[in-house]
Ligand binder design. Structure first.
Ligand code: ADP
Ligand code: MG
Length: 409
């Protein structure tokens, strides 16, 4: 009898456990559906904010828009639309003095001052200024939402602009030969973010796939850094405003490790033409592009976008006297492409009818990624030393001009 009683009790427990399990799975399904709905809502809200910001850009200098925000005026950042300019000052090297100072000294200010060699100083204002004390993580905190935007389907371009030695490659990639995770730059962090985000969105029914390409723009020629020997030169095809690059190699990337392998391959493939400065990587632009495509059969939504991370050629001006041959050609090509980039960004910010994408290979290559609902961030990297005064001021002036492009200017 005890045996029977125990059996009955066990059966009852099993039935109760089954019922609980069924209830939990029902709850889980409901939670999943809610999460899908919330993700949808988050996307819609991101779209709305994007729209509002784009419109607000027209009203940047107008008090009218301020009245529409019930909880105080929005920060200039919110009013700026889709183009941001951040300045990053590299920490001083050994025996380097500091002529560049961030105002108020905090790592996240928006203004900086450059002391002139004969006294006086010049002040510049950007959306964000990172002092030499800012870590790679501090910098990425201001980039992460752009990468999220790329996951949401916006094209994104992040540029590093500045003279050679100012910290462009450090910002984009991290220090050469140092694998410490906290020192990683924008590229590896963005890669980690998209893979993690894809995994997370997977639980909500999204499937993402990623491809990558790597192009070097050197002397107004495009080279496929992922192509084999002999077939690496690329041509841009432009039909009806849509730019494509036939033959550009796109490699499937599934995780940070496969992406790193691809980047290592591209780095080995980079131009090795000798110049006076010897460092040819500083004389060419490097465009790393990630193609993101996602679909969600549960909601029928799909997204396609391109995330471009660009380490620009050094913007230092070459004195025309004394520079001949290849170095002069390089300097001319760099100058042409950087000024075209400034003009294109300005045309986009001011919503000019004509956008001069075709004025350089760099801007032509990026035409799709810069137009439409795209988002653009430019880092202007500067060295702190007084020795670099004139290059620093020239780079900051270029960036300030980009930063100040507003409708009607
Ligand atoms: P660029 O690519 O503009 O020529 P690099 O990124 O190569 O300049 O930087 C020049 C040097 O300064 C490198 O040795 C780099 O490691 C160092 N450096 C640049 N930025 C930082 C930083 N924020 N913190 C520490 N070291 C930096
Ligand atoms: Mg570099």
């Amino acid at each position: 009898a005890t045996h029977l009683k125990e059996k009955a009790e066990a059966e009852a427990r099993e039935a109760a456990a089954k019922a609980e399990c069924a209830a939990l799975s029902e709850q889980l399904e409901a939670l999943k559906q809610r999460a899908v709905a919330q993700e949808e809502l988050r996307r819609q809200m991101a779209e709305t904010i994007h729209e509002v910001c784009a419109r607000a850009q027209f009203w940047r200098n107008s008090g009218a828009i301020l009245a529409q925000f019930s909880d105080g005026p929005p920060s200039p950042l919110q009013l700026k639309g889709n183009i941001r300019v951040f300045c990053r000052v590299r920490p001083p090297a050994t025996e380097e003095d500091e002529a560049v100072s961030c105002i108020e000294g905090a790592a996240e200010d928006t203004a900086l001052e450059v002391a002139g060699p004969k006294g006086g100083s010049t002040r510049f204002q950007f959306d964000h200024v990172f002092s030499g004390a800012a870590s790679q993580g501090d910098v990425y905190d201001e980039v992460t939402h752009l990468v999220q935007s790329a996951m949401d389907g916006h094209n994104v371009c992040v540029f590093a602009y500045g003279q050679t030695g100012s910290g462009k490659t450090y910002t984009m990639d991290g220090p050469r030969g140092n694998e410490a995770p906290e020192l990683r730059g924008v590229v590896p962090r963005a890669a980690a973010q998209v893979f993690a985000s894809a995994k997370e969105l997977g639980t909500l029914g999204w499937t993402f796939s990623f491809k990558a390409s790597c192009v070097e723009v050197y002397n107004e020629e495009l080279r496929d850094l992922l192509g084999g020997k002999g077939e690496t030169k690329l041509k841009i095809q432009d039909s009806g405003g849509t730019v494509s690059i036939p033959g550009l190699k796109q490699v499937d990337v599934t995780d940070s490790a496969s992406l790193q392998k691809m980047l290592d391959f591209a780095a080995k493939n980079r131009a090795t033409t000798a110049t006076q400065s010897n460092d040819t990587s500083s004389r060419s632009h490097l465009v790393f592009r990630l193609y993101l495509s996602g679909e969600n059969p549960k909601t029928g939504k799909t997204t396609e976008s391109e995330l471009n991370l660009i380490d620009l050629a050094g913007c230092e001006r070459v004195k025309q006297s004394g520079v001949k041959g290849i170095a002069f050609e390089e300097a001319k090509a760099i100058n042409k492409s950087l000024s075209a980039l400034g003009d294109v960004i300005c045309a986009l910010a001011s919503r000019a009818k004509h956008k001069p994408f075709r004025n350089s290979k760099l801007t032509h290559l990026l035409a799709n990624s810069l137009s439409g609902s795209s988002k653009t961030l430019m880092f202007v990297n500067v060295a702190p030393g007084s020795k670099h005064y004139s290059e620093t001021v020239s780079a900051l002036r270029f960036a300030a001009k980009v930063n100040d492009c507003v409708p009607g200017k």
